[in-house]
Design a protein around this ligand. Structure first.
Ligand code: SF4
Length: 634
């Protein structure tokens, strides 16, 4: 029966392969075989993969995508894998933090990811195999991995353990394809993520050192392109940032929670906002990406302070994180906060208050260069005694806002102005090309980027000399987008554009946009390709440091690319652009970043990149220096 469904679907065109048609085909075939329970997508995905392997059908990307479980996991082109380290105490004593002796600090054994780690005895190889197997079985490509290592506080663990753990993550990715046939686990069974792996039964060849494991990963099928670790602000030092870079870390998750010292103190965070600023400054100097955790509803905070905290977060040049995790405070048993709650000394944040904060943050505070990664922590409701318990918070707030914006002209204008306008915090420019010589006079105009090589032309125009001018945007001229109620990069990802609209996107509808803002380290440029109504195709983060890291491959006059990301296009939505354009966008974004750095007298570009993307940078003239890809640009 499963094969029959796949065969029927394989005959349909891309346009016909929709969820409704899938459901109808399932029903039709199930009726024929008198089966009451419809097959799941995961069962069909497995059948599809077997049929492709046996040459019974041709590979069909659209069909594979249709059957994919939790498509969102790889829609941005990269699959996230979360792993946990073994239980270990944290120097922090935060009053809200769960404390289970069998878990690393701050994690609860019933959280889905934590449960998987516990069942796999916190072994990095078992956890990685487990996730890779599940992801592949559900139709996801695992060739680009974002490895997220969760361990309350990275720096609290012994050095040997940290190195060994990270090395084994690379080993696991390097060896997975060789051993996966031996794993023989039926992931189509319910609760597939709970299975454990017996390493003793497998023949695995581990590398001798971290460096060797990293080198092998450069050409492995499953490559780690981003590596994230968690830590506390007061544990960040110059020395341990350099150590992290050697491990291959590209992003730091860091708990800020509030920007008010009295709130931090009342919650026994044992660090101040000054510590946070120093930590973020250091992390940024080395080009790493910053993902901040904020907790509205803490003890001794209130609605006004919580909103103010977010305003400070995005106006203070020492803060301005690239990503945000929004974790409203919940009361969990076995915490000091629970004791305060029982004595009526702590009043948990209400759902309405949370919604108000999210609304304020989304519509008035979040700048277009930030990604809101999470709006609620995935704690099972059975573990929450009081406080927030809305698991679909993002959806709820977004639905309400989307309804409102359609009839609220003021809100539409506000979003348009914030997306395209310039204020005291951010300057926005769009690219326009002029056919004129790059004379000295023109070069002196700071808004102008001279491109004298037609290879670098943004439009493919063959004229020899190009002058590229970034003009301040007139927001009124750009279209209002009634679907855009949050400017974060996640909400603006191209995948959020409706399918029928995606087909209409033509080259002329794509803008090259530059948003400039100031951080404590220097000038930051968020350079992006976007549709005229603000959907993101790809972007890069360029930093021109004024306070530079005195390190061999960084140093004076070195500009830094902190991130380059072109979104995956698995749906093949671009009728004219297709996948080949993926590299084109990346190259153009890099060309513009280099021009901006040159024009500001920077001599060298250093890119924080991990192994998978090194080949790309090599192609555009970069070479490996230490843990950065570098190129002389002046
Ligand atoms: S720093 Fe993080 S892990 Fe440590 S106690 Fe505080 S919340 Fe928990």
């Amino acid at each position: 029966m499963l094969k029959e469904i796949i065969l029927k679907l394989a005959k349909l065109s891309d346009e016909q392969l929709t969820n409704e048609v899938l459901h109808d085909v399932k029903k039709e075939v199930a009726r024929k075989y008198n089966v009451t329970n419809l097959p799941t997508n995961i069962q069909l995905q497995k059948t599809y993969q077997q049929m492709v392997e046996n040459w019974e059908i041709k590979p069909n990307d659209k069909l594979k995508f249709l059957l994919m479980k939790r498509k969102i996991r790889s829609l941005s082109g990269i699959v996230p894998i979360q792993v946990l380290t073994k239980p270990w105490p944290c120097p922090g004593k935060c009053i809200f933090c769960p404390n289970e002796s069998i878990m690393p600090k701050s994690y609860i054994s019933t959280e889905p990811g934590a449960q998987r780690a516990l069942l796999n005895e916190f072994d990095p190889i078992k956890q990685t195999y487990n996730r890779l197997l599940s992801l592949q079985a559900t139709g996801h490509n695992t060739d680009k991995i974002e490895m997220i290592v969760l361990w309350g506080s990275f720096d609290a663990y012994p050095m040997d353990y940290k190195i060994d753990f990270i090395k084994k993550l690379y080993d696991a990715c390097n060896t997975f394809e060789d051993v996966k046939q031996q794993l023989q686990i039926d992931v189509t069974k319910p609760r597939e993520s709970r299975f454990t792996i017996d390493l003793d039964k497998l023949d695995i060849r581990l590398s001798k050192s971290l460096e060797e494991a990293q080198k092998i990963n450069e050409n492995a099928k499953n490559r780690i392109i981003w590596l994230t670790i968690e830590t506390r602000p007061d544990l960040v030092t110059e020395e341990n940032i350099r150590f992290r870079r050697k491990l291959g870390v590209t992003r730091i998750e860091i708990g800020i929670q509030s920007t008010f010292d009295d709130v931090l103190k009342a919650n026994k965070r044992w660090h101040t906002i000054e510590d946070v600023k120093k930590a973020l400054h250091l992390i940024r100097k080395y080009g790493l990406k910053i993902s901040a955790h904020m907790m509205p509803g803490l003890y001794k905070s209130n609605l006004g302070k919580d909103i103010e905290s977010f305003k400070i977060l995005y106006s203070d040049p020492y803060l301005k994180p690239d990503e945000l995790k929004f974790y409203p405070t919940s009361v969990i048993p076995n915490t000091e906060l629970y004791e305060l709650y029982k004595k009526w000394e702590y009043k948990p944040i209400t759902d309405e208050e949370i919604k108000t904060i999210v609304r304020e943050v989304k519509t008035k505070i979040i700048p277009p260069y930030t990604r809101i990664k999470r709006l609620i922590r995935d704690i099972p409701s059975t573990e929450i005694v009081a406080g927030s318990n809305i698991t679909n918070l993002r959806q709820l707030v977004m639905n309400e806002l989307k309804q409102e914006i359609r009839t609220n002209q003021d809100l539409q204008n506000l979003m348009r102005k914030r997306l395209w306008g310039s204020d005291g915090l951010i300057e926005t420019y769009i690219y326009m090309e002029r056919s004129e010589e790059c004379s000295e006079e023109v070069r002196r105009d700071k808004r102008v980027l001279c491109i004298t090589d037609n290879q670098n032309s943004m439009t493919g125009n063959k004229a020899k000399n190009k002058v590229i001018v970034f003009y301040p945007v007139n927001p009124v001229k750009n279209s209002a987008n009634p679907d855009l109620v949050c400017l974060c990069t996640r909400c603006r990802e191209i995948r959020n554009l409706r399918s029928e609209e995606k087909k209409e996107v033509r080259r002329d509808d794509v803008l090259l946009v530059i948003r400039k803002y100031v951080s404590s380290v220097g000038d930051e440029y968020f350079i992006s390709f976007e549709t005229t109504d603000g959907y993101l195709i790809g972007f890069t983060r360029l930093l021109l440091p004024k306070d530079f890291a005195d390190w061999e491959w960084l140093g004076e006059n070195t500009a830094i690319i902190r991130e380059l990301h072109v979104y995956g296009m698995q749906e093949k939505i671009w009728n004219k652009w297709k996948m080949a354009q993926h590299k084109w966008f990346g190259k153009k974004l890099m060309a513009v970043a280099e021009k901006i750095a040159q024009q500001n007298d920077y001599k060298k570009m250093s890119v924080i990149s991990w192994v998978w993307v090194r080949w790309f940078y090599k192609k555009i003239g970069y070479e490996l220096e230490g843990t950065y890809m570098t190129k002389k640009i002046n």
